[in-house]
Design a protein around this ligand. Structure first.
Ligand SMILES: *Cc1c(COP(=O)(O)O)cnc(C)c1O
Length: 471
C-alpha cells in the first residue's frame, strides 16, 4: 500500500489560503448595541458556493481521519462512527430548545431516561447523570459526588489515590476537586501493587481511581481484594470507564465493587470526537450516592417523564442536559447494537488487538492484554509514529504509559477487518526495519511535515487575525 497525502499550496510557503485571503468584501453592520461596542463595517469572506466547497474539501484532503484508514490511538479509541447515528441526530425533531416545557418535550426526556437506564445496566450502576460534556468533566463530577458523600457523612478525607499508569486527567480531576493526589507505583507485572495499596490507604483516603483493564490493557485480577481494601478504609472506588471496549456486555464495574464511574460515549459508543470534543462523559453511581448527582436528572412519572434535582445535588456541571445531540448518537448506537452487538464489539476489539500484536515485530512486555497493547519501540517512539504516517496509517499513542520504554499504545478497535489490521502490521514492521535517518526525517508524504508541537500547544494562533498580527 502506498500513500501520498494531498498538499494544496498557494505558493511554496503557504497551504491552501484562508477564506479571508481568497476574497473579501466590506459589509456594513447594523446593531442595536451601543456604538462603543460595535464596528460599523466588517470584512467578510466573499466566495461562491463552489469555491467554498473546494476549500473545505481540500482541507479535508490534507488531513487524516477514521474515514481514511485505521486510527489505532490507544486509550483514545478512534473507532469509525456509523452514519446512521448522524441521521438520527439530524432529525429536525431532535433540535429542541432546552427551555421548552417538559410537557412539550416528552420524547426528548424519554430518550435521556432510556440512555440513563442503558448506561446504568451496562456499568452495573444504580443511577446515572448525562450532564458532563467529556470524560475529564465526568471524572471531576464523579469525584465531587464522592466528596459530597464523605462530607454528608461528616468525614474529612483529603486524599485520592491514583496509580502511576492512570490517564493524566485522573490526577487533574482529583486535584481540581481539592484533593491531595497520592500516586501509587505499579507492581512488576503492570498491575496494582496490593502491598503498596494497603500501605497507601487510610483514614484520609476519599477514593481510589482505577482503570480496568488498565492502560497497559491488563485486567486487574485482584479487583475484589482491591475493592475490599479501599472499602474497609472507608474510601470509595472510582472507575475510569472512558474506555469500556474490552468489557462491554461481559463484566460490569458495579459488579467488581466500583461505587462511581464515568463513561466516555465518544470512545465506547462511537460518537465522533477529536480536537477537544464535543463528547459526553456521563457518570454512574451506586444507590446511596445518587442524591448527590448533578442537577437535573430525568425520572419517570405516572404518565411520562420529568426533570428533577437530586436531593443533595452538587449542582450543575454543564448547561442544561449536557451535549444533547452527542447523547442522541450514543443512544442510537447502543439501541442498534443491542446486547448481542455490544458483546460482539468487545470480543472483536480484544481479538483485533491480539491479532495485530501477533503480527508485529515489536516487543510487547505486558500480557495478557485485552482491547489494546503497548509495544516498545527500539528507537524514539515519536519518530516511529511520524514515519507510520508515511505508510498511510495513523500511528498509535506514544510515550505512555511510562512502564513501557518508548511506548506505542495500540488500540485497533473492533471496526478494522483483517486486511486493515495487516496494513497496520505492515506499517509497524516496515518502520522497524528502516534506518534512523529515514525515521528522523519523516513524515515525507503528508501535507504537513514535522510541526512544532510544543509551540502549537503553548502559543496557539487560532484566528487569521492572530496569524496576521504575528507575521
Ligand atoms: C480519554 C480518557 C479520559 C478523558 O476523557 P476525555 O473525554 O478526553 O476528557 C480519561 N481516562 C482515560 C483512560 C481515557 O482514555
Amino acid at each position: 500500500m502506498t500513500f501520498d497525502q494531498a498538499r494544496w499550496t498557494a505558493d511554496e510557503e503557504r497551504y491552501e489560503p484562508l477564506l479571508s485571503e481568497k476574497h473579501t468584501r466590506e459589509v456594513e453592520v447594523e446593531s442595536s448595541l451601543p456604538d462603543g461596542l460595535t464596528r460599523d463595517t466588517l470584512e467578510l469572506p466573499d466566495l461562491s458556493e463552489p469555491e467554498l466547497a473546494r476549500h473545505y474539501t481540500r482541507l479535508s484532503e490534507m488531513n487524516y481521519g477514521v474515514e481514511n484508514g485505521p486510527f489505532p490511538l490507544g486509550s483514545c479509541t478512534m473507532k469509525y462512527n456509523p452514519k446512521f447515528t448522524e441521521d438520527v441526530a439530524a432529525n429536525p425533531h431532535a433540535a429542541v430548545h432546552p427551555d421548552r416545557s417538559p410537557e412539550s418535550v416528552q420524547g426528548t426526556l424519554e430518550l435521556l431516561y432510556r440512555l440513563q437506564d442503558y448506561l446504568g445496566r451496562i456499568g452495573g450502576m444504580d443511577a446515572v447523570t448525562l450532564q458532563p460534556p467529556a470524560g475529564a468533566a465526568g471524572e471531576f463530577a464523579g469525584i465531587l459526588v464522592a466528596k459530597a458523600y464523605h462530607e454528608a457523612n461528616g468525614e474529612e478525607r483529603s486524599e485520592v489515590i491514583v496509580p502511576d499508569s492512570a490517564h493524566g486527567t485522573n490526577f487533574a480531576s482529583a486535584a481540581l476537586a481539592g484533593y491531595d493526589v497520592v500516586e501509587l507505583p505499579g507492581a512488576d507485572d503492570g498491575r496494582v501493587d496490593l502491598e503498596a495499596l494497603e500501605a497507601a490507604v487510610g483514614d484520609d483516603t476519599a477514593a481510589l481511581m482505577l482503570t480496568n483493564p488498565n492502560t497497559l490493557g491488563l485486567f486487574e485480577r485482584d479487583i475484589e481484594r482491591i475493592a475490599d481494601v479501599v472499602h474497609e478504609a472507608g474510601g470509595l472506588l472510582y472507575y475510569d470507564g472512558a474506555n469500556l471496549n474490552a468489557l462491554l456486555g461481559r463484566v460490569r464495574p458495579g459488579d467488581m465493587g466500583f461505587d462511581v464511574m464515568h463513561y466516555n460515549v465518544h470512545k465506547t459508543f462511537a460518537t465522533p470526537h477529536g480536537g477537544g470534543g464535543p463528547g459526553a462523559g456521563p457518570v454512574g453511581v451506586r444507590e446511596d450516592l445518587a442524591e448527590f448527582l448533578p442537577d437535573p436528572r430525568v425520572r419517570r412519572t405516572d404518565g411520562g417523564y420529568e426533570l428533577f434535582t437530586p436531593e443533595r445535588s452538587i449542582g450543575k456541571v454543564h448547561g442544561e442536559q449536557g451535549n444533547w445531540l452527542v447523547l442522541v448518537k450514543a443512544y442510537a448506537y447502543i439501541a442498534r447494537l443491542g446486547d448481542e452487538g455490544l458483546s460482539d464489539a468487545s470480543a472483536k476489539a480484544v481479538l483485533n488487538a491480539n491479532y495485530l500484536a501477533s503480527q508485529v515485530d515489536y516487543d510487547v512486555p505486558f500480557e495478557p492484554f485485552h482491547h489494546e497493547f503497548v509495544a516498545s519501540a527500539d528507537t524514539d517512539a515519536a519518530d516511529v509514529a511520524k514515519r507510520m504516517l508515511d505508510y498511510g496509517v495513523h500511528p498509535p499513542t506514544t510515550k505512555w504509559p511510562e512502564a513501557v520504554p518508548e511506548a506505542l499504545m495500540t488500540e485497533p478497535t473492533e471496526v478494522e477487518n483483517r486486511a486493515s489490521l495487516d496494513q497496520l502490521a505492515a506499517a509497524f514492521d516496515a518502520v522497524a526495519e528502516e534506518d534512523e535517518a529515514a525515521i528522523e526525517s519523516a513524515p515525507q508524504r503528508t501535507a504537513a511535515r514535522r510541526i512544532d508541537q510544543a509551540g502549537a500547544a503553548r502559543n496557539p494562533r487560532l484566528s487569521w487575525q492572530a496569524l496576521d498580527e504575528q507575521e
